[in-house]
Design a binder for this molecule. Structure first.
Ligand code: AMP
Length: 545
């Protein structure tokens, strides 16, 4: 027997309607390219969103069409998120840090019909425009008097485009499984792959993100997502904010700028913020050098890469800010796990406390996870066994865009994340490595992430990477690549001694190479595959040892 409840579709427009009715005066504050202190209310934002929806219609955009964006986090990008998806089209956020060949590939693969871009990305589009096959218009996210001179044909101005449009627009109702947004994973090898989110997955993900033991945000919070809106929907904050009625601060292109972040936190009284570890390192460095404070900030959420202990320690000890680790990926919208302690963990202290705090956390409701060995046998949740991490749930992808259907998931319907992890008795998952990065030494696995984190905690180390290089006896042994902090002298013995007592003796890298910089992907991750190529034939010392 079916239940007798209403079948109201879970559409992103419902977030907008809810926020406009319940929190019309709540603010969105942006650092925009043409106005470093732009502020308006949800009511203003959604009026302009309706003007934009009318403008999209005037441009001939129809349901299912892909509309590209090349933009930082600000109010116009916020309007695009809602106007495009809620009118039935697909908001394709393009990562401007990608290499030109990747940009050409994904814009053509997605068949974007128009593209909205920040003024600073116009030159980037000029360079590749003749290779873009489907773009009919480029719309610059600014007003007429800030329009850049450009050789691009069909260049339009955002403010002029929406100015003449009505702010009345009836949001259409459609199937909640309708695609709403897309984001390409900047994979480390091969062509990027498109992940296609839908309205239902987005709403369910926003609900989960808002939960007290996850982002834990409310109408009394002021949130500062320092996660680019072009990378996995800024971790869902752009949807969870209006769902909860939180004030939203959008830092524009200034995400890595500690000074701007401190200014925004202080002036807007930010309470919760999300970002990758490098953002927190930049903020902490600025606070240290300026002596400034961030008293309103209560919690930060760090994810996207392992969190070095120094971030959790300094945030807590010097600024009274609690650091939560989260884990997820583009294919998961992105939220998978969140580190919020459970009852029974209050008495943890010292190293045990820190170790528990730095784990990726427990599964958020909606995401099931398991770890398996090479034969797909499920491994125990004992905090020791580590294996391939697999997930499933309503905001995990089922196939990549335009991929052969049914080729992405395993036969039993689970998605293999490509991460290697342990899960402890409390259900707390810890990432041990990427499947491809784990070092296989004498039949045992060594976690490159653990070795990197230990190196990065050395006061003289700016960045570190560990890769496996061939060894005749052990198959592979770890090689440490280190970039020392500017002006610091660091010796091989000094860094190798640092490992003693911190990791198993046989994990300690066999050799150290000092580098001026390490190669990064477009999303800021170290390109280990490049390093593996460069050091393919590296000769380790004492090979007979
Ligand atoms: P992306 O799809 O670009 O967001 O990358 C997702 C990948 O980032 C995951 O599969 C992990 O390898 C890594 N990642 C995300 N969060 C964490 C975390 N908290 N700790 C370690 N690695 C992480």
């Amino acid at each position: 027997m079916l239940g007798l409840m209403m079948d109201t579709p879970l559409l992103i427009s419902s977030l907008m309607i809810h926020a406009e009715k319940n929190f019309p005066e709540q603010e969105i504050v942006s650092v925009a390219a043409d106005n470093p202190d732009h502020r308006y209310t949800f009511q203003d934002a959604f009026k302009r969103t309706r003007q934009l929806a009318n403008a999209l219609q005037s441009l001939g955009i129809q349901q299912g069409d892909r509309v590209g964006t090349l933009a930082w986090n600000d109010y116009r990008h916020f309007e695009l998120y809602y106007a495009i998806s809620c009118s039935g089209a697909i908001c394709h956020t393009v990562n401007p840090r990608l290499f030109p060949e990747q940009l050409i590939y994904i814009i053509n693969h997605a068949e974007d019909r128009v593209i909205f871009c920040d003024p600073m990305f116009v030159p980037l589009l000029e360079n590749i425009h003749d290779q873009l096959e489907s773009i009919e218009h480029v719309i610059v996210l600014t007003s007429e008097n800030h329009m850049p001179a450009s050789s691009l044909p069909n260049l339009l101005c955002y403010e002029t485009l929406i100015a003449g449009e009505s702010n009345e627009y009836e949001w259409p109702e459609f199937d909640e499984k309708t695609a709403s947004a897309m984001c390409y994973t900047s994979g480390t090898t091969g062509n990027p792959k498109g992940v296609l989110y839908d309205h239902r997955s987005t709403i369910l993900h926003a609900y989960a993100a808002a939960l007290p033991d996850v982002f834990g945000i409310s109408a009394s919070d002021c949130i500062l997502p320092i996660v680019p809106m072009f990378h996995v929907n800024a971790w869902g904050t752009i949807y969870a904010g209006p769902l909860c009625g939180s004030k939203i601060i959008l830092p524009g292109s200034k995400m890595g700028d500690g000074e701007t972040l401190q200014r925004l936190i202080e002036s807007e009284q930010v309470t919760v913020s999300q970002g990758v570890p490098t953002v927190w390192l930049a903020l902490l460095a600025y606070l240290e050098e300026s002596g400034k404070q961030i008293p309103s900030l209560k919690r930060v959420i760090t994810g996207g890469a392992a969190c070095p202990a120094v971030i959790a320690q300094e945030m807590q000890e010097k600024h009274d800010v609690y650091v939560h680790v989260a884990w997820g990926m583009t294919e998961m919208s992105p939220l998978g796990t969140f580190n919020q302690f459970k009852p029974g963990m209050e008495d943890l202290e010292g190293d045990e406390l820190l170790e528990a705090q730095l784990k990726a956390g427990r599964g958020v409701y909606g995401v099931e996870m398991k770890i398996t060995d090479d034969d797909n046998n499920e491994l125990p949740w004992d905090g020791v066994a580590f294996g391939s991490l697999k997930v499933r749930g309503p905001w995990v992808l089922s196939d990549y865009f335009k991929a052969e259907p049914g080729t992405t998931l395993e036969e039993d319907g689970w998605f293999e994340t490509g991460d290697v992890a342990t899960i402890d008795e409390r259900g707390f998952m810890a990432i041990t490595d990427r499947t491809k990065d784990v070092i296989k030494s004498g039949g045992e696995w060594i976690s490159s992430i653990d070795l990197e984190n230990t190196a990065i905690n050395h006061p003289k180390v700016a960045e570190a990477a560990v890769i496996g290089v061939n060894h005749p006896k052990w198959t592979e042994r770890p090689l440490l690549l280190v970039q020392a902090k500017e002006g610091e002298e660091l010796s091989k013995d000094e860094i190798l001694q640092w490992y003693e007592g911190k990791v198993a003796k046989w994990w300690i890298p066999d050799d150290v190479v000092f580098v001026d910089s390490l190669p990064h992907t477009a999303t800021g991750k170290i390109q280990k595959f490049e390093l593996r190529k460069i050091y393919k034939d590296y000769q380790l010392p004492d090979i007979d040892a």
